[in-house]
Design a protein around this ligand. Sequence first.
Ligand SMILES: NC(=O)C1=CN([C@@H]2O[C@H](COP(=O)(O)OP(=O)(O)OC[C@H]3O[C@@H](n4cnc5c(N)ncnc54)[C@H](OP(=O)(O)O)[C@@H]3O)[C@@H](O)[C@H]2O)C=CC1
Ligand SMILES: O=C(CO)COP(=O)(O)O
Ligand SMILES: [Zn+2]
Length: 346
Amino acid sequence: MHLMQLPREVLLGENLKGEVVNVARRLGLGERALVLYGPKTREIAGRDIEKSLGESFDVSGLVIREASMEEVERTLAKIRDENVNWLIAVGGGSIIDVAKLASFRAGIPFISFPTTASHDGIASANASIRDLGTKTSVKAVPPIAVIADVKVIKTAPYRYLAAGVGDMISNLTAVKDWQLAHRIKGEYYSEYAASLSLMSAKMVIKNADIIRLGNEESVRKVVKGLISCGVAMSIAGSSRPASGAEHLFSHALDAIAPKPALHGEQVGVGTIIMAYLHGLKWERIRETLKKVGAPTNAYELGIDPEYIIEALTIAHTIRPERYTILGKDGLTREAAEKAAKITGVI
Ligand SMILES: NC(=O)C1=CN([C@@H]2O[C@H](COP(=O)(O)OP(=O)(O)OC[C@H]3O[C@@H](n4cnc5c(N)ncnc54)[C@H](OP(=O)(O)O)[C@@H]3O)[C@@H](O)[C@H]2O)C=CC1
Ligand SMILES: O=C(CO)COP(=O)(O)O
Ligand SMILES: [Zn+2]
């Protein structure tokens, strides 16, 4: 059996902090709510939401510092201690992922209230969580509702929007890797999920000039594309349509680089290299990233070229069960260096 779970409500608009109460009532969520936020997103929107919810619900808040299993456990303990009925995640990808997994483990619903358009985990059913040093992709639940407040998302520095473009353009190589795994390993492949995922990638290539403006229309376009990616992942039942070798490269960088860049920035650069390895038109990908002002090389990522090469050579070991263009043995150091040099990444 293939179970597809999707959000029941998606709100995209302005000034939606006060709408959380109405959504929760409409969906019949229980009396005890827990708001998860980061130190910054608490100030950006979390505190306001907590206050407005407080008028109708029994609410408490919890500051989450990273997407790790420890933070999931800490959230689960609070859910148990306070008999929490539902969660709301106010933040970037890390906060949403912690809510996603805690909600799944506790068997309670969660609302996704993104404060950035930097990643496609806003509406997806899988969580990327650091466990024992590396990022693992864990099956969880999608949010019961997504409330995307364009005004809040626009408070984030432009860099985050450009990162969202990187996370969407990565679908081009992710789908290629998925097709490869389907042909070589007989892995399940969903043409529908793949097409939906590619649609977001093509949308950013076509709309790079509009996105570059960083206005409300740009935010709306990017958010819609990111939500579609999440739906594609839910249809597939895994992150396959949106995560291939370029993501393994980014997860490797997160594990070894002293100061990693944003997820979407790293996967964008990874996409250039993996597109080259796939024999795709990698120049077009680089051009789109340049157009939207996203990093296209090690220098712009703020990461030493040595870590780029190392990440490329170890990427295939991150999730050996996820077959990609890197194959079972991965890239040799020479091949990694050559690919990174040809594509101008180092
Ligand atoms: N499950 C899935 O399908 C997916 C998961 N991911 C995961 O998402 C994570 C990346 O998410 P990303 O959003 O890039 O990074 P983070 O969630 O790690 O957030 C990065 C920083 O941005 C801050 N921030 C958030 N909103 C704003 C704002 N409006 N203005 C200013 N600063 C803000 C955060 O503040 P604060 O310190 O308050 O938190 C944090 O310090 C990775 O862990 C990645 O693996 C990515 C794609 C898909
Ligand atoms: O980031 C993702 C899709 O963009 C999903 O991440 P994983 O590589 O952790 O499955
Ligand atoms: Zn991603």
